[in-house]
Design a protein around this ligand. Sequence first.
Ligand SMILES: Nc1ncnc2c1ncn2[C@@H]1O[C@H](COP(=O)(O)OP(=O)(O)OP(=O)(O)O)[C@@H](O)[C@H]1O
Ligand SMILES: [Mg+2]
Length: 345
Amino acid sequence: MKTNSRILSLCIAVLVTLITVILLRWILVIEAPWIKVVSITFTCTFIVSLVLLELLLFNEIRKITSLLNQSTSQSTESAPPLPGHKMEDFEQALKSYSELKQLEIDQLKSMAAYRREFLADISHELKTPIFAAQGFVHTLLDGAINDDNVKMRFLKKAAKSLDGLDALVQDLLVLSKLETGQITMDIQNFNMFELTLEVFEQLENKAAKKDIKLALGSGAYKNIIVRGDRHRISQVVRNLVLNGIYYTDENGRVTVDFEVKSDKVVVHVTDNGKGIPTEHLDRIFQRFYRVEKSRGRSHNRGGTGLGLAIVKHILEQHQSQIKVKSNINKGSDFYFELPKGKLIN
Ligand SMILES: Nc1ncnc2c1ncn2[C@@H]1O[C@H](COP(=O)(O)OP(=O)(O)OP(=O)(O)O)[C@@H](O)[C@H]1O
Ligand SMILES: [Mg+2]
């Protein structure tokens, strides 16, 4: 039943009138003009309770309802409902407010957990190259510096660890800037075929070391123009081709291919490498996530697990998405879409 001040006053008035009549007629046994008694008692009680309820109770409830509605609508960015006159409106506002607060508490909890996990991951990843470099430098200081052979070897190893540390910090900076929207995309038309050749050129040494062939697929022809941030998309293709090289055994093949549709181009980076188990497919785009950790291999190449997180963020800034299909020991196909572009001469 909907409760408001009028209904409550009506109930109080009926009750008081009934009690008055019972008191006068059956307990005090007084004879009176009952119609007048009933109407006067009823009207007076109704008016007095209405005024009192309005002033003391419902006015305050309306203020609280309006405050609750305002704070709920500020958080959800919707227009606040009009302050209600009924208890049900107050109840509804209180319910929405408490649901919203619960949602905020849940979000804060998951953010706190994420921060804790992130701090643990980052300290772990930083610790490895720092300890390695520290170890080499201390060994040199403890006397190895006098042995010319050992000196050069250890200095090179220390430098390699520090280079790894630098790459990790750079990746983290890019990722955090992408996440906070500090890096904006410089969208332009560019030739995707040329960009792919440039990436192949940068990575041919790495591929050659493993006898891996970098190839263009049958859909890759010279005039594939897309729209996007050329530099960032080059980073995406580079990270995907690098992964193809890293996670494919010797004599493998990494292929870049294009599927041209009416208004978009789908870019595929495929390899015939070790593949990714299905249960990991959702998580490889999270930062620091590496399948190798759970593959339990001691000889993994020690990537930091940031490459695909960067890829995901860059593509999200292009309103696109990175997707993957993979088969164990057969290979993986990472692909994403970009809008078709036009070259303006
Ligand atoms: N082409 C692939 N084939 C098999 N596994 C892959 C492939 N690409 C990514 N993975 C798996 O996904 C994980 C995450 O990849 P990601 O590129 O984010 O990190 P990483 O290569 O380990 O390190 P980083 O790229 O930061 O140097 C990898 O550790 C690897 O286990
Ligand atoms: Mg990688």
